[in-house]
Design a protein around this ligand. Structure first.
Ligand code: S3P
Length: 219
């Protein structure tokens, strides 16, 4: 993780010696210990970088990486576009919820979920019980740039994919906000986003904010 700047008593900003490997190893070990049997689950829109960031985050935490979409395809023996075409979206959503429930029972891992899965209340509840969730929040233009590269998202096979992305964002963001942690996914090196995820996990799991003492002005 990049070193943070410290302020001296003179208010002069100094950069400390870069974080050494053993310090980082301690931080990563502390996160893993605090997670215990819980998973880290990445939620958010298509193209938010859940698989790319998830794979790197898993490597840093020395945990397995699991991609829910890949597991759904393996369980169905079909690709996601084929499932949508042959069986329709409701069938896909039921299978998605079952596969994610099974993965959440399978022990510690970093799990990237499909963009629509967190919309199901039952899946959110299961994630809340078994995992710490991170919403990778991306702007519409970032999402559009990334999803344009692939044609394997059935929901975006519309006359106006940009309008579809905007509609899905406004429908889903109020729900994504229920994730434990929000990280802005933007066009910076992937490792910077991974570092931010690790910092946020550390802050959430190891250094929870102390309760605020309210002192009454009337006393
Ligand atoms: C979907 C997102 C996709 C995949 C399916 C539906 C969605 O996964 O599950 O095409 O509803 O947003 P990614 O978010 O990994 O692209």
């Amino acid at each position: 993780m990049p070193p943070k700047c410290l302020k001296t008593e003179m208010s002069e900003t100094v950069t400390p010696v870069p974080t050494t490997a053993p310090q980082e190893a301690e931080i990563l070990a502390a996160i893993s210990a605090a997670l215990g049997m819980r998973l880290v689950v990445l939620v958010g829109m298509m193209g938010a970088g859940k698989s790319t960031i998830g794979r790197r985050l898993a490597a840093r935490l020395n945990l397995p990486f699991v991609d829910a979409d890949t597991e759904i395809e393996a369980a169905a023996g079909m690709t996601i576009p084929e499932i949508f075409e042959v069986h329709g979206e409701p069938h896909f959503r039921d299978g998605e919820a079952r596969v994610i429930a099974r993965l959440l029972d399978a022990g510690p891992a970093v799990l990237a979920t499909g963009g629509g899965s967190f919309m199901r209340e039952e899946t959110r509840r299961r994630i809340g019980e078994k995992a710490v969730s991170i919403w990778l929040k991306a702007d519409p233009d970032v999402i559009m740039r990334r999803v344009k590269r692939r044609a394997d998202r059935p929901l975006l096979q519309t006359v106006d994919p940009a309008a579809t992305v905007n509609r899905l964002i406004s429908e889903r963001e109020p729900t994504y906000q229920h994730a434990d942690i929000t990280i802005s996914s933007r066009e910076v090196p992937h490792d910077k986003i991974v570092d931010e995820c690790l910092d946020a996990l550390h802050a959430k799991l190891i250094n929870p904010a102390p309760p605020i003492e309210i002192v009454s002005a009337a006393r």
